[in-house]
Design a binder for this molecule. Structure first.
Ligand SMILES: [Zn+2]
Ligand SMILES: [Zn+2]
Length: 415
């Protein structure tokens, strides 16, 4: 679900989990923190489909499934002793349109996925064509859907490229219309996205279905990684390298994987928890001792990296008046963050920052007033970009927020 929601809507795994959690607490879907790919019959396939057939857009799909002689889900390999795969419940929302936008989307995804596991296979055809031109062999492949099967039920989420080739028979003679000489290079594999890194963690047995999204979020929050296509920050890299050098067990995948497996075994009743705890204790004591022994060196290395990173993060760009760096600063007098010029006291440029918000630097400059632009992130609100200068022409039409910002900028000058 996390992978699909990322592919289709661009939601981060943590976002998707939060949305699904809301749907779960409203009793619209089953428990979302599961790694199962199975639907046991006890969940009452027919009952769920009958309930969902009351929703207009699902009526036809549900009726088609209900008319099948037997409802048998296509299941994946993975099981979860505690929960079945995510599915809609027998109590759908009274009015789907009243759900919040993201909840509507995730709910639709869960329902359509549920429908499609009961549907027939889709039939696809592919055709490979080999063409000889002057003794050189060229090839191309065409693909098309012959019978939609389950794709009909998965609806807009089932996307397979159709490459339709003309009708060709073996031995056909073709005319060469155009020759093109292209020079191409192979490109490196793409960076991980939040969805693909979670898949990779799953593959390597790191984290659990309940913790993976949170682990990723922690890496972002601590500033070890950044961006939608994930980049490791300097700080992240230094932490990883320093720990690897001095306390290799600390960052060892094998150790983590072993403990995740042991925990699972406890859950399945195949291991004694006392024994696992003893083992964990031993491993952790060893790590702590190693850490203690190298504490000074680790501290020095990381201290530098942290200061460097914080400095980078707080430096927003050049001052429009004097060209020195503008930085996010904290005024102990007003107990507020503001943006000040590092050329102070010579340069008195300063800008207020909105309350109760966090900021991201963008390395962009306003083309109206040459002031750096930042991204403002407020809890529960849509993030937006703005130029730091409250009097910038781009903010001419801002109503109240501008008045507020002006007041702030006055208060700030006596720092
Ligand atoms: Zn300045
Ligand atoms: Zn501006």
């Amino acid at each position: 679900m996390q992978t699909e929601a990322y592919r289709l809507f661009g939601y981060s795994p943590q976002q998707t989990l939060n949305i699904a959690q809301n749907l779960y607490t409203s009793a619209y879907v089953s428990y979302p923190r599961t790694s199962s790919e199975k639907f046991p019959p006890q969940i009452n396939y027919r009952g769920i489909l009958e309930a969902l057939s009351k929703i207009k857009k699902y009526k036809k799909l549900c009726e088609a499934l209900l008319s099948l002689p037997e409802l048998k889900p296509v299941e994946g390999k993975r099981t979860d002793p505690a929960h079945e795969a995510i599915h809609p419940t027998v109590e759908p929302p009274k009015d789907v349109k009243k759900l919040r936008g993201p909840e509507q989307k995730i709910y639709d995804l869960i329902c359509r996925r549920f429908f499609s596991v009961f549907a027939k296979e889709a039939i696809r055809e592919s055709m490979k064509v080999l063409i000889k031109v002057n003794g050189y062999r060229f090839s191309t492949t065409g693909r098309r859907t012959i019978e939609k099967g389950w794709m009909e039920f998965y609806g807009p989420y089932a996307k397979f490229g159709e490459i339709i080739l003309p009708d060709l028979k073996k031995g056909d003679k073709l005319n060469v219309k155009k020759l093109e000489l292209l020079s191409k290079e192979t490109s490196p594999p793409p960076r991980y996205s939040q969805a693909s890194i979670i898949r990779e963690m799953e593959k390597r047995g790191l984290g659990t279905r309940a913790t993976r999204a949170a682990i990723l979020q922690t890496l972002y929050d601590r500033n070890y990684i950044t961006g939608k296509s994930i980049k490791v920050t300097d700080l992240g890299l230094k932490v990883a390298l320093t720990l690897k050098k001095y306390v290799p067990d600390f960052v060892d995948e094998k150790l983590t994987r072993r403990f995740e497996k042991d925990l699972e075994k406890i859950m399945e009743g195949k291991a004694k928890k006392e024994k696992v705890l003893k083992k964990a204790e031993k491993a952790i004591i060893k790590i702590c001792e190693e850490f203690k022994r190298h504490e000074d060196k680790i501290g020095k290395k990381l201290g530098k990296a942290i200061i460097q990173t914080q400095n980078d993060k707080a430096t927003l760009g050049p001052c429009p008046k004097c060209g020195k760096d503008l930085k996010i600063m904290f005024s102990p007098r007003t107990r507020k963050f503001f943006v000040g010029c590092t050329g102070y006291p010579k340069c008195k440029t300063g800008f207020p920052l909105p309350h109760n918000a966090s900021f991201q630097k963008l390395d962009k400059i306003c083309d109206k007033c040459n002031t750096p632009i930042i991204r403002v992130i407020r809890k529960g609100k849509r993030p937006f970009n703005m130029c730091l200068d409250p009097n910038c022409p781009t903010k001419k039409d801002w109503g109240k927020p501008k008045e507020k910002a002006k007041k702030l900028s006055k208060g700030k000058k006596k720092r």
